[in-house]
Design a protein around this ligand. Structure first.
Ligand code: GDP
Length: 473
C-alpha cells in the first residue's frame, strides 16, 4: 500500500498486479533513497564501452621497427593490348611449376606468388592493365608496389602504353620496363628505349633511372633478370609490414561459386589472416571458414603480401574493398548492420570530387601552389599539343595546371577512373564520351567538360587558374 500511495503521489494510477514502466520504478526507488541514477549511468557507460568494440580497428601507425618484416612486392603488368602482358604472367607462373615450386594444380585466384633465386617472394596480380589498377585506386585500394610496363619490341610505344605510363605515374609507382617479343624478327628494342625517353622514362643505360629488360615470353630470354630486378626494387622500396598487427587485406576478386557461396581473393596488407578470423568488409561481415593459396592448397594462415582465396563471406564483397579483422563475430555483425543502414540513407548522395572551380578555394588557403589536375582527350593528335601548350603557358601564382594524361580519342571509362583516383577534371575537345564513361563519371563523381571551340576551352581553364587572384586585389 505504501507503494501504491507513492505511485499516486507520482501521479501514476495502477492496479495492484499491473506492471509499471521502468522510469516509474526508478523514480520510486529514488523516493526511498536508492541512488538508481548512479547505477544507471554506470550501466550506461558499460553499454557505451561495448559499442566501442563495434568500431573498425584503426590501421596501425608508427609500428616499432623490430615488428616490421619484409613483405612480397605486389606487381601489376601494364601496356598496350597484345604486347604480351598475359604471356609474361603465364610464363612466370609456369616457370614456377617447372621449378617444382607448385604443390598442386595452379589455381586462378586473382594473384600468385613466386620466389626469386634469392628466395624473396614476389606477388603478381593476375589481371593486367591500367583500368583495373585505377579502378582499385579509385576505391582506395592502392595495392600495387611496382608496375611492369610491357612494350613489344616490334611495335614500340603505342597509345595504351602512354596511358599506362600516365596511370602509373599519377599513382607514383616505380616502373620497370619489359621490352617483350625480342625473339621476333623486326624487334627493335633500341627504338623502344629511345621512345621511352620521350615520356620521361630514361633507361639506365642512357644515364637515367628506369630499369629496362629485353625479354621474350616465348623463349624465356631475360626473364630471370626481370624477376631479379623486381626483387631488387622491392628492397629499395623497403616494403615492410607487421605480421602481428590487426589484419587488413584488399579484395582483388570476388565471385559466387556453386556449392561454396560468396568467395573472394585478397592480398594481405598487414597482420595475418587465420581460419576463424572474424572480419568486416565494406558493409558485410564474415568469418574465415577456409583459405586456399594460389596452388590450390588449404592453408591456415596468410601473412603480408600473400594472395589467398577466402570462404566465409556473408555476401559478395566489392573488388577494392578492405577486409579488416574484428575482435569477434558479434562485433563484426553489429558493425555490418550499422553500415548497411547508413548506406541505405546515403544511397542517393554521390560524393563529388573536386571540380575545376574548387581549385580557387584550394589555392586561396595554402602557401603552396594548388595543382589543377587535367585529363585531355581530343579529336586528333594535333590538337593535343596545341591545347596542352597553350595551357602550359598560362601563368598563375596560385595554381599550376598539370596534364596527367592527354591523348586523341573518345573519353573512356579508363580516363574517368584515372580522373577519380587522381582527383582530376576531364576535358574533351571535339570528342565524345563513351556510354560506360558517362556511367562511371556519375558513379565516381568526376567532372567532364566538353568543348568544340579551342579558345573557350583555354579561357575556362585560364579563368579557373587566374580568377583566384581577384579577391586579393
Ligand atoms: P596482352 O594483350 O598484352 O595480354 O598480350 P598477350 O599475352 O595476349 O599476347 C598477344 C600475342 O602476342 C599472343 O599471340 C602471344 O602469343 C604473342 N606474344 C606474347 N609474347 C610474345 C613473345 O615474347 N614473343 C613472340 N614472338 N610472341 C609473343
Amino acid at each position: 500500500f505504501q507503494l501504491m500511495a507513492d505511485l499516486i503521489k507520482l501521479e501514476v494510477f495502477v492496479a495492484p498486479h499491473q506492471a509499471i514502466e521502468p522510469e516509474v520504478a526508478e523514480k520510486l526507488c529514488e523516493t526511498h533513497g536508492f541512488s538508481f541514477e548512479r547505477e544507471k549511468r554506470e550501466k550506461g557507460a558499460g553499454v557505451h564501452k561495448v559499442e566501442e568494440v563495434f568500431e573498425e580497428p584503426e590501421p596501425e601507425e608508427d609500428t616499432p621497427e623490430d615488428k616490421l618484416e619484409l613483405r612480397a612486392p605486389i606487381i601489376t603488368f601494364m601496356g598496350h593490348v597484345d604486347h604480351g602482358k598475359t604471356s609474361l604472367l603465364d610464363y612466370i607462373r609456369e616457370a614456377r611449376v617447372a621449378k617444382g615450386e607448385a604443390g598442386g594444380i595452379t589455381q586462378h585466384i586473382g594473384a600468385y606468388s613466386v620466389t626469386d633465386n634469392e628466395g624473396r617472394p614476389i606477388t603478381f596480380l593476375d589481371t593486367p592493365g591500367h583500368a583495373i589498377f585505377s579502378q582499385m585506386r579509385a576505391r582506395g585500394a592502392d595495392i600495387t608496389d611496382i608496375v611492369v610496363l610491357v612494350v613489344a619490341a616490334d611495335d614500340g610505344i603505342m597509345p595504351q602504353t602512354v596511358e599506362a605510363i600516365n596511370h602509373a605515374k599519377a599513382a607514383g609507382k616505380t616502373i620497370i620496363v619489359a621490352i617483350n617479343k625480342c625473339d621476333r624478327e623486326g624487334a627493335d628494342p633500341m627504338r623502344a628505349k629511345t621512345q621511352l625517353m620521350e615520356h620521361d622514362l630514361t633507361p639506365t643505360e642512357f644515364g637515367g633511372d628506369t630499369e629496362c629488360v629485353e625479354v621474350s615470353a616465348h623463349t624465356g630470354q631475360g626473364m630471370d633478370e626481370l624477376i631479379e630486378l623486381m626483387g631488387l626494387q622491392a628492397e629499395v622500396l623497403e616494403l615492410r609490414a607487421n605480421p602481428k598487427a590487426n589484419a587488413r587485406a584488399s579484395i582483388i576478386e570476388a565471385s559466387i561459386q556453386a556449392g561454396k557461396g560468396p568467395t573472394a581473393s585478397v592480398i594481405v596488407q598487414t597482420g595475418t589472416l587465420k581460419n576463424g578470423t572474424a572480419f568486416i568488409c565494406g558493409p558485410f561481415s564474415g568469418k574465415i571458414k577456409s583459405m586456399l593459396d594460389d596452388k590450390g592448397k588449404r592453408i591456415k594462415e596468410a601473412g603480408p603480401g600473400m594472395p589467398v582465396e577466402i570462404l566465409g563471406f556473408s555476401e559478395l564483397p566489392n573488388v577494392g574493398d578492405e577486409l579488416v579483422e574484428m575482435e569477434n563475430e558479434r562485433a563484426a555483425k553489429k558493425l555490418s548492420d550499422e553500415r548497411q543502414s547508413e548506406r541505405r540513407q546515403q544511397r542517393l548522395a554521390t560524393p563529388a570530387k573536386s571540380r575545376m572551380e574548387d581549385i580557387l578555394a584550394l589555392a586561396k588557403g595554402g602557401e603552396q601552389k594548388a595543382k589543377l589536375q587535367l585529363i585531355l582527350k581530343t579529336d586528333v593528335q594535333g590538337s593535343v599539343g596545341a591545347i596542352t601548350g597553350a595551357i602550359d603557358e598560362i601563368e598563375s601564382d596560385k595554381v599550376e595546371a598539370k596534364f596527367i594524361h592527354a591523348a586523341a580519342g573518345a573519353i573512356t571509362e579508363s580516363d574517368i577512373l584515372l580522373a577519380s583516383s587522381a582527383d582530376a577534371t576531364v576535358i574533351g575537345f571535339n570528342t565524345k564520351v563513351e556510354g560506360k564513361a558517362v556511367q562511371a563519371a556519375k558513379r565516381e563523381g568526376v567532372e567532364i567538360k566538353l568543348y568544340s571551340i579551342v579558345y573557350e576551352l583555354i579561357d575556362t581553364v585560364k579563368d579557373a587558374m587566374l580568377g583566384l587572384l581577384e579577391p586579393e586585389l
